[in-house]
Write a protein that binds this ligand. Sequence first.
Ligand code: SF4
Length: 122
Amino acid sequence: MNTNKAYMLLKSVTTAANRNSNPTAFQDWITEVQNEVKANGQFTKSMAGYLPVSPPPFFWDYKCAKCRFAYQLSLSLSGFKDDGSCQIVSGDIQHNAWCCLWMPPDAYEAFSWPSQLFEGDW
Ligand code: SF4
């Protein structure tokens, strides 16, 4: 797998954006990433271009809390944003963080972010 950050970012963004028109390419990229992790271990944050806050313009949507690879990232009842972990990037992962390998979950609904923002999910 080509692990150049710019390549991974472009590949992830384009396959995520085209997942409805080309679900095979979407699944193939997820499998390629998972196979890379199986073969060589998790990406470090540096390798994955991890940032503690998702950059604009889609920071409210493209973040770890809404990524298919995240574990245990949810808002507690008090509104505290818990840290969690990731299947493919090592270390603690934060709710509003992001990396080049962000990919939406299968249940991701396009344009669901306005109602989620209204509910307080920043
Ligand atoms: S793959 Fe990246 S964006 Fe997704 S949960 Fe892991 S660190 Fe966050």
